[in-house]
Design a protein. Sequence first.
Length: 250
Amino acid sequence: MLKFFITAILTAALLTVNVSAETLDRTSHGYGQGTQVDDCNRPIGAGMFNEEMGQYGCYAMLEDNGEIYLTFDQGYENGYTEPILDTLKEKNVKAVFFLTGDYAERNEKLVRRMLDEGHIIGNHGMKHSSLPTLTDEQVRTEIMSLHAFVKDKYNYEMTLFRPPCGEYSEQSMAVCNELGYKTLLWSFAYPDWDVNNQPNPTAAFDKVTKAAHGGGIFLLHSVSSTNAEILGRVIDSLREQGYTLTTPKL
């Protein structure tokens, strides 16, 4: 049944493809928000990305409305997702969790908890493949096979996508948009993913909280022991600075 469901979705996607997208630029780009900020502490690089790629439903930062959006990339489980969820529940904060196919398949209990507690789960690619290296058909399979799996297993329709490794092309983002997805990059991230070289909690807290800006999309990795340790204090600090922590409304 799942195989039939995946085939049906992929067939429908192929039938709705805008032929003009085939002529778009296939150059691979590795996203980074850079260090330069404007007078409101908003990264200039994120704004430039929005200007370039917003026509394809891609955002590195949202409107400066006093809100910050916490997002977590879920490549594999390292034992820290549960305490992160505990903190979010305690602080009454909803977040976005971007799942790979392997994570969605192996961690049913945690994924169901995310959904039960009102979080959003997003698509991070079935195999975490770099989209610009794939053909258009492979891009659709990478995205929609995970979409179909989550729909079938969790009865949940994902609408947000984050490109693996932050790698994108104009062409691949146009295909994502045609599949009905909005793509979220980020306007803040820091080196938190190396489990063998975790950042100092005090320095990490300062770095995260000093990056606060309206419309900020914060990328954190749930494999990080540092993130699990500082998350509660980060939430308190961002609120003390006047920000609301919520999920994107796209």
